[in-house]
Write a protein that binds this ligand. Structure first.
Ligand code: FAD
Length: 135
């Protein structure tokens, strides 16, 4: 029952693999949080050590464009989405809905509308080469 669930805060500290080290995840997180705002340090310090874990997250390369057809992609079918993928699926749904409404109003052809939606998704959902180089 959700009514019986204890309130909790879920947090993540994004680091590179080399920064994880051999110490337990919670101990390492406390070390890495040293330079953060005191409120954030307090959140990490109050975490439950036995359920603090290192979770590997990866990225996939930018997708080359494909020709738009009446079949398109949305959500997990196209995004690498560890953990918070429902947000991406909802954002896709919102954008696709707007694109289809434009087509329905005759302001765009159907394939142009879908192609525009896919181009926006490709542009905003995959790290650019420049962003990866500077990370
Ligand atoms: C354990 C776990 C925890 C998660 N936690 C979070 C979280 O805390 N926050 C968050 O934002 N996201 C979370 N996610 C991710 C989130 O659940 C997904 O990103 C989201 O559900 C994707 O929605 P979708 O519609 O793209 O895909 P799905 O929800 O997977 O929907 C795809 C649907 O297509 C159906 N289907 C598949 N093949 C066929 C077929 N051939 N014919 C007809 N139907 C088919 C499937 O049955 C399914 O109903 C979590 C995922 C998992 C697995």
């Amino acid at each position: 029952m959700a009514d019986d669930a204890e309130d909790y805060v879920m947090w993540a500290l994004p680091v590179r693999r080399e920064q994880i080290g051999a110490a337990g995840a919670w101990h390492r997180a406390r070390e890495l949080a040293r330079g953060l705002h005191p409120a954030l340090r307090a959140v990490v310090a109050a975490a439950w050590p036995d359920v603090t874990t290192a979770l590997r997250i990866g990225t996939i390369p930018p997708m080359p464009a494909w020709p738009a057809t009446a079949v398109t992609l949305i959500g997990d079918a196209v995004h690498l989405a560890p953990g918070f993928g429902a947000n991406l699926a909802m954002r896709d749904a919102h954008r696709l809905c707007e694109a289809l409404a434009e087509a329905n109003l005759g302001r765009l052809g159907l394939l142009d509308a879908i192609g525009g939606y896919e181009e926006t998704m490709r542009r905003t959902s995959f790290p650019s080469a420049e962003a990866k180089a500077s990370a």
